[in-house]
Design a binder for this molecule. Structure first.
Ligand code: ADP
Length: 425
């Protein structure tokens, strides 16, 4: 049979004809769908720009805030971030920050429509933080990347504004530093009364160090400086470091050396990745190793594991290298408990004793509280206390003044013996 005949007999067969028709419809639908998909892909590739910001990126939190404040105000789908804010007087206020919830949001920026998609991976964890992996993707029409630079810059400026005049505190989470608590209002250096010259000496030393990067690089000396403040509790070591950070416009990275899980490697890593313009603060540096001796005595199988070692700490202090000025502050109540190896220059370049109140400090604190005009009474107050021969910390003086904040200055002078009352109870 000729081929022509075969085709004509098949097409005259109604069953075969219908099948062929259906096949034709199905095939063209599939082609159309493929074509459409291709067109969408092409459209997205050439006519739209997207920006993905993963949660590990520095700008992630800024961007979320910015989106909420600037664009997605009208969105009805928000998630909440609750924070507690403690005032200087101890009063706690709760604040609620709304950020765009998981999902898609649309907003307008400089006459461009932008789609924001915040996604959360259920299966993937950010291993450092132990939280679900999140990202924000911005999609806009056109191919002008500038719009994203503008957005990120605006978000950064907004975040900076929020922390202007404030001191940022960071704490170590996993292997990275995270801001912790709300930024605190900068504490003026003058609010911490130390003995004559100490405060200005440390501030001048820090400023000199920060301003002299060339001196260090030209001589191949690591650009870091270690400070140790030692002395009894309640004399202003921590308060002074906070005030100093404010003065230098630096943040503070707080590290607790006796924390479990802080190994030598982690400490080393953390010291090297501390955010720029921060002071690394190691408080009660003696405690980490005292407790180590105690744990060794207990001879428990688990104690002493996952802790830093003394040589590990020394290596970390020696190894902190950075092109940025790296300032490490350490505090201790007991200088004599520190190993001489820790205090040698290069690890600790400047150490200062922050001690009990001197006559000068007592006078200054009195005047700060009851007015600069009270010169004679401040001198009398200071002399009477010094004459007792007893030690008193600025924290005790502060407590005593608080109890007498509405008393006339002469009564405060006359009742100065009651400073120690609370201690004796
Ligand atoms: P330290 O770190 O030496 O133990 P803190 O800085 O924690 O002492 O001080 C405890 C409290 O006492 C703080 O509330 C602080 O305001 C007050 N205080 C301590 N020292 C001073 C000081 N020299 N001048 C003003 N206030 C002080």
């Amino acid at each position: 049979m000729a081929i022509g005949e075969l085709i004509s007999s098949l097409s005259s067969n109604p069953y075969f004809g219908a099948g062929f028709g259906l096949f034709g419809v199905g095939a063209s639908a599939a082609i159309l769908r493929k074509g459409l998909q291709g067109a969408v892909v092409l459209f997205r590739r050439h006519m739209m720009i997207t920006l993905e910001v993963p949660c590990r990126d520095k700008s992630y939190q800024w961007l979320l805030k910015w989106i909420t404040i600037k664009g997605a105000r009208k969105t009805q789908h928000l998630s909440v971030e609750t924070t507690f804010l403690q005032n200087d007087n101890g009063k706690i206020r709760t604040t609620y920050d709304f950020i765009p919830s998981i999902g898609k949001h649309l907003f307008q920026y400089k006459r461009n429509w932008i789609q924001v998609e915040r996604t959360r991976e259920q299966q993937t964890l950010d291993l450092h933080m132990g939280v679900p992996w999140e990202s924000v993707t911005l999609t806009a029409f056109g191919n002008n990347k500038q719009i994203y630079f503008d957005i990120l810059e605006e978000a950064r400026q907004l975040a900076l504004q929020a922390t202007e005049g404030k001191t940022l505190m960071y704490t170590a989470m996993g292997s990275e530093w995270r801001p912790f608590g709300h930024p605190r209002r900068r504490r003026p250096a003058s609010s911490v009364v130390l003995d004559e010259g100490i405060s200005s000496r440390i501030i001048a030393d820090c400023k000199d160090f920060i301003g002299n990067s060339l001196w260090y690089t030209q001589r191949g000396i690591p650009y870091r400086r270690g400070y140790l403040l030692y002395g009894p509790p309640g004399c202003g070591k921590s308060s002074f470091i906070t005030a100093l950070a404010g003065e230098l416009e630096y943040g503070i990275c707080l590290l607790n050396l006796s924390e479990r899980g802080l190994t030598d490697d982690r400490l080393n890593h953390l010291m090297n990745v501390a955010p720029e313009q921060t002071i690394i603060l190691l408080e009660d540096i003696d405690a980490a190793f005292i407790s180590r001796e105690a744990t060794l005595q207990q001879k428990s199988a688990y104690d002493g594991l996952n802790r830093i070692t003394f040589s590990g700490l020394l290596n970390c202090l020696d190894g902190v290298a950075s092109t940025e000025a790296r300032i490490v502050f350490m505090t201790t109540n007991y200088l004599d408990r520190l190993d001489p190896a820790l205090i040698r220059p290069g690890r600790i370049d400047l150490k200062e004793y922050i001690g009990y109140c001197t006559q000068h400090q007592l006078e200054q604190m009195f005047k700060k509280f009851f007015g600069e005009q009270e010169v004679a009474k401040s001198t009398e107050f200071a002399q009477r206390i010094v004459a007792t021969g007893r030690t008193v910390s600025p924290a005790q003086i502060q407590g005593f003044f608080m109890r007498h904040k509405s008393s006339p200055p002469q009564l405060v002078v006359d009742s100065c013996h009651s400073i120690w009352e609370n201690d004796e109870k």
